[in-house]
Every structure is written in C-alpha cells, then in structure tokens.
Design a protein around this ligand. Structure first.
Ligand SMILES: Nc1ncnc2c1ncn2[C@@H]1O[C@H](COP(=O)(O)OP(=O)(O)OP(=O)(O)O)[C@@H](O)[C@H]1O
Ligand SMILES: [Mg+2]
Length: 287
C-alpha cells in the first residue's frame, strides 16, 4: 500500500513538473483548484414545503445491526463506521471550503468499492442530522445501490433521468434527510442516458426542488466504458476509489488525469487496505 501511495505521488509530481522521486507527504493536501467544471454553488432560498416533499418519499428501513454481508455500516455509530466517518469529514471540509455540492465516485476498473463507499458516505453525512443528502445510482451497467440498501423502488431511475417522472416519484428516503435514487436494472445504452440533456435537467431540478446540501453520484469505472467520463462535467468534484491489492499506480495516474480534464479531483481513496495482522480492512486517503 505504501508503495502504491509513493507511486501515485511520484506520478502527480511528474505531471506537475516537480521531478518526483520523493516520499510523499502523509498529510492531506487540499483538492486541486480550478477545472472546467461547474461554477461554485451559490447560497439559495429554500423552497416552501421542503420537509413535506422529503417526507412523502417512501422510506427504506435499515437494519439496526450490521453483519449481513452488505457492508452497510455508516448509519450506526461505532468502530465499523469510523473509516467512513473520517472520509465524510474530509469530504465535507473540502465541499464547504470550495463551495461544492456534487461529488462523483468512480474507479479505474470494477469492484473497487464505489457503491459501498458512496452508500456509506451518504449515510455518514445523513447521520450528522443537519445536512440533506441525495445519492444517485448511476452505474447503469452494474447498478448496486439497491442491493446495498436491500430494496428496490417502484419506478426505475431511467424514468427519472429521461424526465418521464420527477425525483419525488422515483427516489426513496432513509430517515428524514437522505434521498436515494436506485436503478432497478441495468441499461443497454447507459452513456446516452446519463450524459443526455434530460438527465442533467432532471438533476438540476432535484437541486432546486429538494435542496440537497450534498449530492453523491455512484458512477461506473473510468477505464471500462465512456459513461463516467461523459457525466463528470456535471459534478463539482470526484473521488477516485482504488483497490489496494489490485489497482495499479499507472491506472490511478491515468484516471486522475481523465477526471482533471472534466472536474476537480477531490482525492484518491485506497480501499481494502489491511491495517493490522488481525486482518481488519479499511480505507486510506490521498488528498
Ligand atoms: N473496505 C472493504 N472491505 C471489505 N470488502 C469491501 C470493502 N469495500 C467493498 N467491499 C466489498 O467488495 C465488493 C465490491 O464492492 P462494491 O460493489 O462497493 O464495488 P464497486 O466498485 O461498486 O463494484 P462495481 O464496479 O461492480 O460496481 C463487495 O462485495 C463489497 O462488499
Ligand atoms: Mg458499484
């Protein structure tokens, strides 16, 4: 894991023309600054009837204990959620500092932990109570949010993304302040769907009408299809998930460049790092 972090930092330094070859700093750096991404979010007046609007979303009841293999942990305080709580705090600091609201989660290849992390990040933010969060299942080749939350909506997210129905008819609610838009099944042509004008308009409407403070988008891997690349210009920043044992420094370097062409790189999360000999797994962060 250390070797991977060193390699990522060296690649960054080479990109920035600093030579590389040094041991990377362990303290987080602030997110890289400007990119062609969206403009900063501005303060807004909350729409009337906001609480009622959220209250009308059908509720997802989460298990009161963990351990059913879904790795849904961040709705409960305690040891299992601590890695996600650290990630939540780091993310919220960057969002506040930069005036950002929309965060994408992607990875070089599949199975790096995007869906697990997106879900637990959303739950961790919601657990704080004062922020409204919306989570979108936009990996339409391998949707996974429904599996993690253990439920399916009546209507598919594609109906929301094409503008056929509103967010209020599609999304579900966890507690009072987390809305989750779940994909019921995979799509034959996801790029067209998630990068279409209608999808961008539908997401803008959620921001206007439901006033989420944080919007999290679970995207497909960058090196497998065009979907994530096509969507990234629609967010303020992106987290790159890498899997400690299988993602390579070259893949991470390539993906950081790809993301930086479209939006801000919020940071790289190394998932499934082995922290101790007892076999505990968690995450490490490179911001
Ligand atoms: N920190 C972790 N420790 C142990 N297992 C994990 C961790 N994070 C994720 N997993 C497991 O790894 C598998 C892949 O995770 P997940 O579905 O979140 O990845 P993904 O990047 O969304 O995959 P895909 O590309 O298929 O959408 C799942 O079985 C999940 O439970
Ligand atoms: Mg996934």
């Amino acid at each position: 894991m250390e070797k991977l972090q060193v390699a990522i930092e060296q690649a960054r330094q080479r990109r920035e023309g600093k030579g590389g070859g040094q041991t990377p700093p362990r303290t987080p750096k602030s997110a890289p600054s400007t990119s062609p991404a969206r403009k900063r979010v501005s303060p807004r007046v909350l729409p009337d009837g906001l609480m009622e609007l959220w209250g009308e979303l059908p509720e997802i009841k989460l298990p009161k204990s963990i351990g059913d293999g879904r790795r849904l942990v961040a709705h409960l305080p305690g040891g299992e959620s601590s890695h996600y709580d650290i990630l939540r705090t780091k993310v919220l600091i960057e969002l506040r500092k930069n005036g950002w609201r929309r965060v994408a989660i992607t990875s070089p290849t599949g199975s790096c932990g995007k869906t697990t992390t997106a879900s637990n990040l959303a739950l961790g933010i919601a657990r704080q109570g004062e922020l409204r969060t919306a989570l979108f299942d936009l990996d339409l080749r391998r949707p996974g949010i429904g599996r993690v939350f253990g439920t399916q909506p009546d209507r598919d997210i594609s109906e929301f993304l094409t503008g056929a129905i509103g967010f209020g008819q599609q999304a579900m609610r966890v507690g009072s302040n987390l809305a989750v838009a779940i994909a019921k099944h995979s799509q034959a042509d996801p790029t067209k769907l998630i990068a279409g004008k209608k999808a961008f308009e539908a997401i803008d409407a959620v921001e206007r009408e439901f006033a989420p403070d944080v919007m999290i988008f679970d995207l497909p891997p960058l090196l497998v299809s065009d979907d994530a690349r096509a969507f990234l210009r629609n967010v303020d920043c992106a987290i790159l998930m890498a899997r400690a044992e299988s993602s390579t420094a070259a893949q991470i370097d390539m993906c950081e460049r790809e993301i930086a062409e479209q939006t801000n790189v919020l940071g790289v999360v190394l998932n499934e790092c082995r922290f101790d000999e007892g076999g505990q797994y968690g995450q490490d962060y490179n911001y």
